[in-house]
Ligand binder design. Structure first.
Ligand code: NAD
Length: 266
């Protein structure tokens, strides 16, 4: 379901990394539904093209297209930005969604340096590369939204991934100060558990629903709505913040509250 505020992105061009699947694909649908011209940048360019082809009729073609992009490769990121500019002559919004983690040992359980470096490269250096390439082209009123995680704000395991996501909080604060004078904003969303294929190798994400005060895990559209808000002029005076989109889990996991004798209305 996409409940769009029609027209918030009319006339604007958005580049969405990781837009082929999951939260990124929902973001592409949302921005497109609200009038944006969207370039879907992904390692999996065939899936990016399928995400474009799946958009409602009438707004595809020049209004959406795919580009190959590996956010761990500076030249590839720069090519995705220059391709966007070549196609559309402007870039108003960067959404850095690409990231994630695989199944591997924890830091104290045998994680090697290569695994650590790869996690930090994908989840912190990657978004930083995207910002470095895109920011010089963003006009006054331009916006950057990066996808962090609740893992960057509280302990949930996956140390390499979580430390990298925590780094995005600082990156956004520092760059908000650098970019504010040019009228460009940068913010982070920090999702809790969201139903995407990223859970396929791990667990049934619905098993985690009981942690969430709102009684369910998130859907990609829940996160896309928050991304669209922060990317839009509705958030014109918001920069440098990290917004949890987490069904309340950072307010307090249900089990912790109940173990302390608290009650809830459910
Ligand atoms: N699903 C969750 O529970 C959850 C929770 C918190 C944060 N997140 C974050 O949300 C973002 C999206 O995750 P998702 O769950 O939608 O996963 P997903 O696997 O469905 O989508 C990730 C997308 O990123 C692309 N990608 C991966 N590596 C890339 C690279 N090097 N360069 C370019 N594209 C690349 C993939 O091809 C895919 O299209 C990630 O940053 C993830 O850390 C997810």
């Amino acid at each position: 379901m996409t409940t769009a505020s029609a027209g918030r992105f009319e006339g604007r061009v958005a580049l969405v990394t990781g837009g082929a699947h999951g939260i990124g694909a929902a973001t592409v649908r949302r921005l497109h539904a609200e009038g944006a011209t969207v370039v879907v940048a992904d390692l999996d360019v065939d899936a990016a093209q399928r995400a474009v082809d799946a958009l409602p009729d009438g707004r595809t073609g020049t209004a959406a297209s795919a580009v190959a992009c590996d956010i761990t490769d500076t030249a590839s990121v720069e090519r995705a930005v220059s391709t966007t500019l070549d196609r559309h002559d402007r870039l108003d919004v960067l959404v850095g969604v690409a990231g994630g983690t695989g199944v591997h040992p924890g830091l104290l359980d045998g994680m090697d340096d290569t695994t650590w470096a790869a996690g930090v490269d994908l989840n912190l250096a990657g978004p930083a590369r995207c910002v470095r390439a895109a920011a010089p082209h963003l006009p006054r009123g331009g916006a950057i939204v990066l996808v962090g995680s609740v893992n960057g704000l509280q302990a949930f395991g996956d140390e390499d991934y979580s430390a990298a996501k925590a780094g995005l909080v600082s990156l956004a604060q520092n760059l908000a100060v650098r970019l504010g004078g040019r009228g460009v904003r940068i913010n982070v969303v920090a999702p809790g558990t969201v139903r995407t294929r990223s859970w396929d190798q791990r667990t049934d994400p619905d098993r985690l629903a009981s942690l969430y005060p709102l009684g369910r895990i998130g859907e990609p559209d829940d996160v896309a709505a928050a991304i669209a808000f922060l990317a839009s002029d509705d958030a014109a005076w918001i920069t440098g913040v990290t917004l949890p989109v987490d069904g309340g889990v950072l307010a307090g996991p249900v089990a912790r509250f109940e173990s302390l004798g608290g009650g809830g209305e459910r």
